[in-house]
Design a protein around this ligand. Structure first.
Ligand code: BGC
Ligand code: BGC
Length: 808
């Protein structure tokens, strides 16, 4: 497995201000998280409500039991439910999350395994049984850049790249192809488009947004909804359309410090102006579902905000589809848990995404309806909306001509659209005349991302984080190197792959493809916009080529604009390639000239996000006061219209150590911004680690006392909700007689029982055992003699094996 940069594997965030990631309830006094609907834009769902559908739903509802109604309101994940469970729990929907494979199959499985999974659940839902009302399921998946969980599917560039194309017709065609490939895997519902308007590029989901500019997001919204669903009223699964889900409502792109699932602190007018514009076109275009967001608005979680979910979205904006929750998002509402949240349903949530919590949530919700805590009218409204969508989508008609239809997934016509999108999304930032490259040139192709389809596709690719993929997992795809090689081979030239840039035969030019390692959601949150802060491997490669006098073209792959001034200075040409997906050949189409030396395709991409001049321009957005980017919004050079870039300043403007939010001890030292503090009773000495001479620190307790690693405040609620653990690599040299207290944030645990003597070991404690919201001392060990512990490493890791809470 590849090792991602610290900042990309660990989403922990250093707090710049006290963002409230957890619901603190509405801000006291002023009702700053209560919306005034008449201030909001109006909209009207089209194509969802019609007399025949409503009559059908009314009749059906008269036959449904209360259990069946509550079941419609709950969605489970395939990783935590079997088809058989549906006999006892008549749920209305199933999803497969980013890390959930098809039933009984490994991750990275092809279309037929998915269709079989959907069928297995559907068969039970539709089974004739006494006392059971047969109602089709709606099965959803994150088809966010193509049907990206399915092996062989066409992978389109992520939304940030589509924003750079400015091409709405192309986006519509991408939506159409994505819908077909989703329906061909038997799936009914795509959890997209993301209508976030990312305002702080440290946010790990920046690439899921089309633009920092609300008006551009507005334009893309209508195009993608029409692509996925077709024109209002024409969305049926029988013609290869799927339900879309505009997400995440509302303000996901506006959280303080760009913290995923954080708090969006804005006036109502700002929330409307910046974050709402994508929704009216989606609703007017007939979008069938809208996903509630994890974030808070002024301290109140969106899953519990009645004024926004009900009064604004269903009232003022006339939304007639249903609101689905995000992954246990209801659990973050004040007073709720994963299995108990009347407040969210009462606020207007129609279907809770309860991946692993569906059973408990079903039981509790049923009891709450019986007790009147959730009014029957609310249940009937939610169920009507869900059944309306199912009916309009054609799910009551069992014909599924697209499911398993051969030739749809990865169809050449779809791949051609994706390749067109790659070509059009490339933004030329700099060209000193080296581009286009002649087709008969002898090229060196270098860099970490040159021949790696997983890396060029980013997060949400076969796995949730987009990690762990190899080229063999992409049967219908081409790496960037393979595309370049094909183009020059056809033109009489040659391309040699050399990841580290070394060569024996001197090339005419080098293309270096490098960038961010894949990430999704909070794991992509970063602390500075400096690329490869503290570890400038790609820059070193560029410097070597420059020193050798080789003309060099950089192709930079990233989910956001990053500060790359040193890399720009070392490059003769520099292309922002975003996250292009399966069609690496689209890069060669633009970089490699035709036989006559003239470009085959010009650069057309223009920045939909402003490019920063320093690593500290986190919230650089077009239209703001004092706007001072390196490359402004809309920037993009072309062959037709050149433009040169002068030597750039190489001061990052931000302390690189801030990028480190998850490594507290490694290689014999405490890396910045963290520091070690020992009580007088604890002494230290260097010892060897398994890897390194003097790579570990031996801590000896001479009296009761504390060893503590301190640093700036870290926001950890996102990690605590997930599967992140604190991992210590240690050797216990003297066994303690009493407790060994390990503290993180506000949580303290006695880990004496988990420590094992004899050799180097790893202690892994899930963050949820500590339940920290924040921490300014990520590791504190309190003990009394006898106790001697050698420490080789202390860090946060995601999803490790064998993590456990100590016994109470
Ligand atoms: C994400 C959503 C996604 C859902 C299902 C959540 O964690 O925020 O965007 O649709 O999971 O995978
Ligand atoms: C799921 C994702 C989901 C995430 C939320 C993962 O395990 O696979 O789909 O978005 O959890 O934390």
């Amino acid at each position: 497995m590849r090792q991602a940069g610290i900042c990309s594997i660990i989403g922990a965030t250093l707090l710049a201000s006290t963002a409230m990631a957890q619901d603190a309830g509405p801000v006291a006094g002023a009702s700053a998280s209560t919306a005034h609907p008449d201030l909001w834009p109006q909209a009207r769902s089209r194509g969802l409500v019609d007399p025949a559908t409503e009559a059908f739903v009314t009749e059906l509802m008269t036959r449904m039991s209360l259990e069946e109604k509550v079941g419609q309101m709950i969605q489970a994940d395939t990783s935590a439910i079997t088809p058989d469970d549906l006999r006892r729990y008549p749920l209305g929907s199933i999803l497969s999350g980013g890390s959930s494979p098809p039933l009984g199959r490994p991750d990275r499985s092809p279309g037929p395994d998915w269709a079989a999974t959907v069928n297995a659940f559907e068969a039970v839902a539709m089974e004739p049984r006494t006392g059971h009302t047969a109602i089709p399921l709606i099965f959803g998946i994150d088809a966010v850049h193509g049907n990206n969980n399915v092996v062989g599917a066409t992978l389109f560039p992520h939304n940030i790249a589509l924003g750079a194309t400015r091409n709405l017709d192309l986006t519509r065609r991408i939506g159409d192809a994505t819908a077909q490939e989703t329906a061909a895997a038997g799936i009914h519902w795509a959890f997209g488009p993301t209508l976030a308007v990312p305002q702080d590029d440290r946010w790990g989901r920046t690439y899921e947004g089309y633009s920092e500019d609300p008006q551009l997001v507005r334009a893309f919204s209508g195009a993608m909804v029409e692509g996925l669903q077709g024109k209002p009223g024409l969305t049926t699964i029988q013609v290869g359309r799927v339900a879309a889900s505009a997400k995440h409502f509302l303000g996901d792109g506006g959280t303080t410090s760009g913290v995923d699932q954080g708090n969006t602190e804005l006036s109502e007018a700002e929330l409307i102006a910046t974050h709402a514009p994508g929704y009216p076109p989606a609703i007017n275009g007939g979008v069938m579902t809208i996903m509630a967001s994890f974030n808070s608005w002024n301290g109140q979680k969106m899953h519990g905000n009645r004024s926004l979910l009900t009064d604004v979205l269903k009232g003022r904006m006339g939304f007639d589809g249903f609101i689905v929750g995000d992954w246990n998002g209801h659990a973050q509402v004040a007073g709720c848990t994963k299995t108990d949240c009347a407040a969210s349903f009462n606020a207007g949530l129609d279907m809770a995404m309860a991946p692993d919590s569906w059973q408990g949530l079903f039981d509790t919700t049923l009891a709450q309806v019986r007790a009147g805590t959730i009014p029957m009218e609310r249940v009937d409204d939610a169920v009507r909306r869900i059944l309306r969508v199912k009916h309009r989508l054609g799910l009551f008609d069992t014909a599924r001509p697209f499911a398993d239809r051969p030739g749809v997934i990865g169809a050449p016509a779809h791949r051609a659209i994706a390749r067109e999108a790659v070509r059009q999304s490339l933004v030329l930032l700099k060209n000193d005349g080296v581009l286009p490259l002649r087709p008969d040139a002898k090229l060196l192709v270098a860099g970490t991302h040159a021949d790696d389809i997983g890396l060029q596709s980013g997060g949400w690719t076969l796995s949730w984080q987009g990690d762990g993929n190899s080229n063999a997992d992409f049967p219908n795809a081409q790496s960037i190197y393979a595309g370049l090689a094909e183009a020059v081979r056809a033109g009489g030239g040659s391309a040699t792959l050399s990841a580290d840039g070394s060569f024996t035969d001197r090339p005419d030019a080098a293309i270096v493809v490098f960038g961010e390692m894949p990430y999704a959601e909070g794991r992509g949150d970063v602390r500075t916009l400096e690329f490869e802060a503290g570890d400038k491997q790609s820059l070193a490669l560029l410097q070597r080529l420059k020193a050798a006098g080789i003309p060099t073209v950089s192709v930079f792959l990233s989910g956001r604009p990053l500060w790359v001034n040193p890399e720009l200075n070392q490059s003769d040409a520099f292309v922002a390639g975003w996250l292009p997906g399966s069609e690496g050949g689209g890069i060669a189409d633009v970089l490699i000239a035709g036989p006559d030396g003239a470009p085959r395709h010009d650069f057309r991409g223009r920045l939909s996000f402003s490019w920063p001049k320093t690593a500290g321009q986190f919230t650089l957005n077009v239209g703001q006061d004092g706007y001072d980017p390196l490359f402004p919004y809309d920037y993009g050079l072309s062959y037709a219209q050149g433009g040169s870039v002068p030597q750039l300043a190489e001061e990052a403007g931000v302390d690189a150590s801030l990028a480190n939010t998850g490594v507290f001890f490694a290689r014999g030292r405490v890396p910045g911004p963290f520091a070690l503090q020992l009580d007088d009773t604890v002494t230290q000495g260097a010892v060897d680690s398994p890897l390194l001479q003097e790579g570990a620190l031996q801590l000896r307790w001479r009296g009761a006392g504390t060893a503590r690693i301190t640093g700036p405040e870290l926001a950890l609620s996102r990690e605590t909700n997930g599967d992140t653990a604190l991992q210590l690599q240690y050797r216990m040299d003297r066994v303690p007689a009493g407790p060994v207290q390990l503290t993180l944030g506000n949580g303290a645990l006695d880990v004496a029982g988990l420590l094992v003597a004899g050799g180097w070991r790893s202690l892994r404690v899930p963050l949820h055992c500590f339940a920290p919201a924040t921490a300014d001392a990520p590791v504190t060990i309190r003990a009394a003699p006898p106790f001697t512990l050698s420490l080789a490493e202390a860090r946060l890791v995601n999803g490790p094996e064998g993590a456990q809470c100590p016994a109470k």
